[in-house]
Design a protein around this ligand. Structure first.
Ligand code: ACO
Length: 401
């Protein structure tokens, strides 16, 4: 049956699926996710193997172009990105105009769409070559924005990267270079950051990725689509959960560390409180990313000689939830955001920057999904609705209302 006859036969029948819990919005060859078995694969490679053996830029290449790069391909990709990493000086002025206490996610989304003004050729991209140019530009400039946003938050002078460094090392240089003398950078911290970015790099049709695809489906440019994705990620039910988790753990600590009290609050339906960092729309047994991050959190804190009491609170909450009928029945387990903030904090990243770090990791996934959507020539995204409002009414003049 062809689509026209199907439409005619169903007479405009609409599927209502709030939150798109069972609705596929596209076909995709990028990320495979089995929520029951806790499997996550990028382009067929398991997340466990990639987190252990690959570096972030290799994974970015894999997600965007579909294959692991050869060393020549990776070198070229890195060079192209670095050659596009100069952010226009006027972007400084825009950044300066934001108040210091502005939330970094708000600043990042504004600066990302602001980049369009400085790179107008990034907007109408149809060919693969034009797409490639826009992709290496944003991969080059986005980390600079992230570093600048963080340094502004910390009251530090803005800083530039070095083309000679690898993608993640350069990121660390821009973010942490002296005068943070007390910062003890070492390979465990660098590897942990690399791992965190890989683990966040894609996650099929989540809220922010669907946003990027739907905005891009109107042929708005890549940077505009990404800026919309950043806004979607900000919410505490999505990427904003990593900040919310740390604030929750701090609140529990300040309240005497009584985890049972917060478990009870989370279960109380008259209380809007939720255990942040718990639950996932798709994972119903465990989140494979959370398992890897939990181990990394132990390693990083041990290596830096940090004894963070909130790590113990987090582990205590996880243990209690695993034995609690409410959480077991609803299949609520720690998600990717539960332990990541503990690592970010140990690295000296301010809590309001946590979701920005998530965005940095998710950037290649958003790009890959946008590119796939454009190359497949997907139609504009345009869901329908079931109208439940008033039927037809006659207009009343304002004097008669
Ligand atoms: N704490 C307490 N109860 C919860 C939690 C939680 N964290 N998460 C879900 N529940 C309960 C709901 O109250 C609901 O209970 P009910 O069936 O008795 O009404 C049931 O579990 C199902 O929850 P839904 O909200 O319907 O599940 P949904 O798939 O729509 O939401 C979500 C998933 C948004 C992740 C949710 O679990 C949540 O709000 N978690 C906390 C925020 C969070 O950690 N978000 C990050 C997710 S990962 C990411 O986006 C990167």
């Amino acid at each position: 049956i062809d689509i026209k006859s199907l439409r005619a036969a169903t007479n405009g029948l609409i599927t209502l699926d709030s939150g798109y819990k069972n609705t596929g919005s596209c076909e995709s060859a990028i990320t495979f996710l089995d929520g029951e078995k806790g499997i996550l694969r990028y382009r067929g490679y398991s997340i466990e193997e990639l987190a252990e053996k690959a570096d972030f830029l290799e994974v970015a290449y894999l997600l965007i172009f579909g294959e692991l790069p050869t060393s020549d391909q990776l070198n070229k990709f890195h060079t192209d990105i670095m050659n596009n990493s100069m952010v226009d000086e006027d972007v400084h002025k825009i950044l300066d105009a934001f108040p210091k206490n502005a939330h970094p996610m708000g600043v990042l989304t504004s600066l990302t769409s602001g980049l369009i003004a400085f790179n107008p050729s990034s907007v109408n991209v149809d060919s693969e070559e034009e797409m490639y140019r826009a992709i290496v530009k944003i991969l080059g400039q986005f980390p600079v924005l992230v570093a600048w946003v963080m340094r502004k938050k910390k009251g530090l002078p803005l800083n530039y990267g070095s083309k000679k460094l690898g993608y993640v090392d350069n990121m660390m240089k821009m973010m942490f270079e002296v005068p943070i003398e007390e910062y003890k950078m070492n390979h465990i911290v660098r590897d942990a950051l690399d791992k965190l970015l890989i683990l966040h790099a894609d996650h099929e049709q989540n809220c922010s990725t669907s946003t990027v695809r739907i905005v891009g489906s109107s042929h708005a440019g890549l940077f505009a689509s990404l800026s919309a994705g950043i806004s979607a990620l900000w919410g505490p039910l999505h990427g904003g959960a990593n900040q919310a988790v740390l604030e929750m753990l701090e609140a529990i600590k300040a309240d005497g560390g009584d985890t049972k009290k917060y478990m009870a609050k989370a279960k109380d339906k008259s209380d809007p409180f939720r255990l942040m960092g718990f639950g996932h729309r798709v994972y119903k047994n465990f989140d494979p990313r959370a398992r890897i991050i939990k181990v990394a959190a132990d390693e990083v804190l041990n290596d830096l000689g940090i004894k963070d009491p909130i790590l113990d609170i987090a582990k205590g909450l996880e243990k209690e939830a695993l034995e609690d009928q409410y959480f077991v029945d609803r299949k609520l387990y720690p998600n990717v955001d539960f332990y990541s903030g503990i690592i970010y904090r140990a690295m000296g990243i301010p809590v309001e920057m946590f979701t920005v770090m998530f965005a940095l990791g998710r950037l290649p996934g958003w790009i890959a999904q946008w590119r796939e959507m454009r190359l497949r020539k997907e139609p504009i995204g345009r869901p329908r609705q079931l109208y439940i409002g008033e039927t037809e009414r006659k207009f009343k003049a304002i004097s008669d209302r």
